[in-house]
Structures are given as structure tokens and as C-alpha cells.
Design a protein. Structure first.
Length: 97
């Protein structure tokens, strides 16, 4: 799955979920970054209220419901920097993807 595919699915999910109050950046390391803010996601490395560092493969598994977010966090597959409450509120976004 390319970043453009992820952005398209995320934009659809953000629209369904009514958008985000704060910004979140998904950092895939060498595979790039995706910034979600309001009802729009884009490929951007701008600052965000919360940054989630995860491999692209693990992100796809999270979005598909194949990887439990709490288990990913506890096992170190997912790291959160910044406002943890933003990360906790992403469940509705992932369930729409």
C-alpha cells in the first residue's frame, strides 16, 4: 500500500468520523510521514500535536484491525510522542478505515 493509498483511505475515514480536533502525524521512518488534521490527511512532515512512530506494515495492520493498538504500544511497535489523548482518540478513525 502506497502513502497515496493510505491518504485516500484516511481522508475518507476522517470525513466519516467528522475530522480531528488536533493534528496527528504518522511517522513511517524511511517510508515518509502522513499528517492528519481536521478532515484532511496529506504527506507532510510538519509539526503535530501528537506523533505516532510505526512501520508502514504495522500501520496497515492496525487500520485493518489485524493488530491491536494497545498491544502494539506495549510491545514497542508503536511509539507516541506529544499529546497521548490524541492517540487514544484515533480508534474511531481506524474503525472507519
Amino acid at each position: 500500500m502506497t502513502n497515496a493509498d493510505i491518504i485516500a483511505k484516511m481522508n475518507e475515514a476522517l470525513s466519516k468520523a467528522g475530522g480531528l480536533d488536533k493534528s496527528v502525524k504518522f511517522d513511517f521512518g524511511d517510508d515518509g510521514q502522513i499528517l492528519a488534521s481536521g478532515t484532511e490527511a496529506s504527506e507532510s512532515n510538519d509539526d503535530a500535536d501528537c506523533t505516532i512512530s510505526v512501520t508502514k506494515d504495522d500501520f496497515v495492520a492496525l487500520a485493518a484491525g489485524e493488530l491491536d493498538p494497545m498491544m502494539a504500544f506495549m510491545s514497542g511497535k508503536l511509539k507516541v510522542a506529544g499529546d497521548m489523548s490524541v492517540a487514544m482518540g484515533l480508534q474511531s478513525l481506524f474503525s472507519s478505515m
